[in-house]
Design a protein around this ligand. Structure first.
Ligand SMILES: [Zn+2]
Length: 414
């Protein structure tokens, strides 16, 4: 078992050690007699840093993990050849990463304790990600007021700069101390993190020495999860970085609206409402245009054995408009056959007939698609299809019209 120097001192960033084991699998790594590197556990992620050999060759420590039998494995990016069992090394922790982890983890203890003190909500899990942290609270409901009051109390505890002490006690002793959380493990000795007169809990993580070093806690997203409510937060310099990023995003958004940042929600709502109303007007206009266009086409059409056959290709309206046009045409009269095409933005065909007419638009479309190399389908009265190009489409439509009129051919023309 390696001696864990971070148990006593979270601010120890440099240390000397001896190599106990060199591992190759699954990645190259070292096991030392003592280490200040923190391996991932208890929700806190690992430290990174460097290991320097006696001959002054530096290797980057990319990950640190606990093995099942209590050894700490330091995974190395590119281990140097002189790292052998028995050789002396110097370890250096990436101090800014460690400080960030201390701020997040101590911040979590303070925030979890605040939720217990004010609202009786226990923390059931803690997760530390690269950009934010989260705790899961054992509660069926969580209000905005509860969140804000816990956040306020947590920041007051930070402001009071209370001492954070590390204590080691026996399991029996710990049972009498009223810990916020007692781990289920069988270990005889427990390490306690004691935030003076505020929180006492068993934890193996690295922590600040005074709450003032946490600097700040900012609660962000909250969401309902299976076991309760998840509360995302950031502490310390992460809170500043997050606030900076939020502000930049908000400023960019405000510039889009030519508004002040605090007016962005109102401006966004106004723009969406306008957009909705414009869309409604647009759809209304399309309807009216299609109806008027259908009337003109029908007035131009000639009677063919008691049916009006309309053939038309449009170049400046899309498939939706052409479908609307087909609908208007077939409702204007019970005797209409519409063979329509658009070339914009994609070449498409729409075949339609008034209800009660005898043809089958779906099979007519299928035949046409086979001929033109496209895909399409529909029902007996309305079918649509897409084709690779619109070359000669008008002539094709007229040919289809001719087969429908069965001899005498009268179609509308441009
Ligand atoms: Zn902890």
């Amino acid at each position: 078992m390696s001696q864990r120097l971070y148990y006593q001192d979270s601010f120890l960033y440099d240390f000397d050690a001896e190599v106990r084991e060199v591992v190759d699998s699954p990645r190259p790594g070292l096991i030392l007699d003592r280490t200040a590197f923190y391996p991932t556990s208890g929700g806190q992620v690992f430290d990174t840093g460097w290991i320097t050999s006696d001959a002054n060759a530096k290797s980057r420590v990319t990950e640190v993990a606990d093995s099942e039998d209590g050894r700490v494995i330091h995974y190395l990016e590119a281990p140097t050849g002189d790292l052998k069992v028995g050789s002396r090394v110097r370890g250096q922790i990436d101090a800014s990463r460690r400080r960030d982890h201390m701020q997040q983890h101590s911040g979590q203890h303070v925030l979890s304790a605040a939720f217990v003190r004010l609202h009786g909500m226990a923390t059931v899990s803690f997760h530390m990600a690269d950009d934010y942290c989260s705790i899961d609270l054992d509660t069926p409901a969580l209000t905005k007021q509860q969140i804000e009051s816990a956040e306020r109390l947590a920041n007051e505890i930070i402001l009071e700069n209370r001492a954070v002490d590390i204590r080691f006690v026996s399991r029996d002793e710990a049972g009498k101390l009223g810990l916020r959380k007692l781990p289920p493990s069988e270990r005889d000795e427990l390490r306690l993190i004691d935030i003076r007169d505020f929180d006492l809990t068993a934890c193996g993580g690295t922590h600040v020495a005074q709450t003032g070093q946490i600097a700040s806690i900012l609660v962000r997203k909250t969401e309902k999860v299976r076991q309760g409510w998840r509360v995302e937060f950031v502490a310390g310099l992460r809170a500043v970085a997050t606030a900076r990023r939020d502000f930049t995003t908000l400023t960019e958004t405000a510039a889009v609206f030519s508004a002040q940042i605090y007016d962005v929600p109102q401006q966004a709502r106004k723009t969406l409402d306008e957009n909705k109303s414009l869309h409604k007007q647009y759809e209304q206009s399309q309807e009216e245009l299609a109806a008027a266009y259908a009337a003109v086409l029908l007035a131009d059409a000639t009677d063919s054995q008691g049916r009006w056959i309309v053939v038309r290709t449009v170049t400046d309206r899309d498939l939706n408009f052409v479908k609307l046009l087909a609908q208007k045409l077939t409702r204007l009269s019970p005797r209409v056959i519409a063979l329509l095409a658009t070339t914009s933005p994609q070449s498409s065909l729409v075949f339609a007939q008034s209800a009660g007419q005898p043809f089958d638009m779906a099979s007519l479309m299928k035949q046409t698609m086979t001929k033109l190399g496209g895909r399409g389908g529909g029902s007996k009265d309305l079918a649509q299809g897409g084709i690779p190009n619109a070359e000669g489409i008008e002539a094709t439509l007229k040919g289809i019209a001719a087969t429908l009129t069965n001899g005498e051919r009268k179609v509308t023309d441009d």
